[in-house]
Design a protein around this ligand. Sequence first.
Ligand code: SF4
Ligand code: SF4
Length: 510
Amino acid sequence: MAASKFEVPELKGYTVIPLLQKGASANIKSFLANEKIQEDLGFPGELVEDWHDKAIEKMGELLGKYRGLRVFMDACVHCGACTDKCHYYLGTRDPKNMPVARQDLMRQVYRRYFTFAGKYFPKLVGARDLTREVLDDWYSYYYQCSECRRCSVYCPYGIDTAEVTMAGREILDSVGMGQKYTNEILGKVHRIGNNLGLPGPALTDTLEGLEEDIEADTGFAVKLPIDIKGAEVLLITPSADFFSEPHVESLIGYAKVFHAAGISWTLSSMSSEAGNFGMFIGNYEQMHKVALRIRQAALELGVKRIVVGECGHAWRVAYSFWNTLIGVGAGADDPFAKMLQKQLDPRYPQPAHICEVTYDLLQQGAIKMDKEANDHRIITFHDSCNVARGSNMGGIPGGQFILPREIIKSVANHFYDMAPETVFEGTFCCGGGGGLLTDDLMELRVKGAMPRMNALKSVVDAHQVNFMATICAICKAQFTKVLPYYEFEMSMVGGVHQLVSSAIRLDPNK
Ligand code: SF4
Ligand code: SF4
């Protein structure tokens, strides 16, 4: 690997709280979206002349709409419990990456314009005018937060910095300061149906090629069906699963599970993306528009179940918001939502995570595994933030932690968890979530990955772990890039269904 242009943190196997270094990551800035990208989403193409008034107006609107945001602005007592919980602070040492400081960027402005004391005695209460310098700081530091919500776990008041970040980004978009990476991808989903801009015919070709590969490899005609009307299951999966490594190995794993269990399923060319970057920019309309494609596909294909592949934030959106967004589950009550609710089979969770499907089939004995097929792997599991802190699985407390681990233990003989404070609810972000998986933020991504890399190093040293499983497309892509910076093999990361794929018996007579 070429020498990096920044200092890569040294791994000790455990993470220490670093000394502060003021402005350490002030130079790290995500590229701004250009006029076309912005206008395609209905945002101003560039910073509007009256940005100050517009931003304050938008802030007032959000404070009225989201009660939680106003509570978060008022409730912080600056106790400091969150200060050392952010991987970006730990990795960059920049005090503005402390969660409370990130919130304060907005809180100071909130106090100035929305509280009595801040209007008349600003200095006394730490209130601050919204200046261009403050706006630029918002852009820098709200795009140095992966909205992972780790800090909120440790806040005695449950203040969720991710919600503040989302509000900050929404205000920035509304005045014409959008982020290139996220907004460009949203445009692709609206136009083509997936984050990669992969058109339907290319997708069909890719799937046919994969079917040939699987048959050559296993001798079984495992199908990757697309646009099959009347299939039981519609699989909505991140588009990275269609061609990126190691993601595609999990796609093959899902296909083998459906094949072995005899479940008819389909992908959709019109709705070929589980990811929903609308959440990253805190914009309900964008999130809604992206999710509507899934409803349309489910209605057109007449499926009975909707299953979501390995994607962390997609599962959070599906689990927590699809009900009110598009009517998967109880919630939305527009005519199409009602139609979908009538169509979906109430005997299954709607939506279901692919881990729930596989886990249930394992419990029923409907699929069988040869664990020895994974004997060359010594495995650990990285809990992805949005799954860990924003969802559930299996309808049991902590199911989002239990099910993936139980699947791994059913398909492999060697499994070791990382240190307790770095997994489950306290899991460390991969460093690339929340719309930060872009090369212009590589320094932040590498430094933000440091706490996870430290935890990984400790199980590598203690148990010779050589495979870190995860159920998130962003985590897979991020780790593939940053592992080599820390002198780990990029092939160390892979999906839970990659492990399933290696172990599952495809011959029904075995
Ligand atoms: S949500 Fe995550 S990235 Fe953002 S401040 Fe909290 S810990 Fe840091
Ligand atoms: S833990 Fe909560 S109350 Fe304490 S400083 Fe952080 S955000 Fe404020």
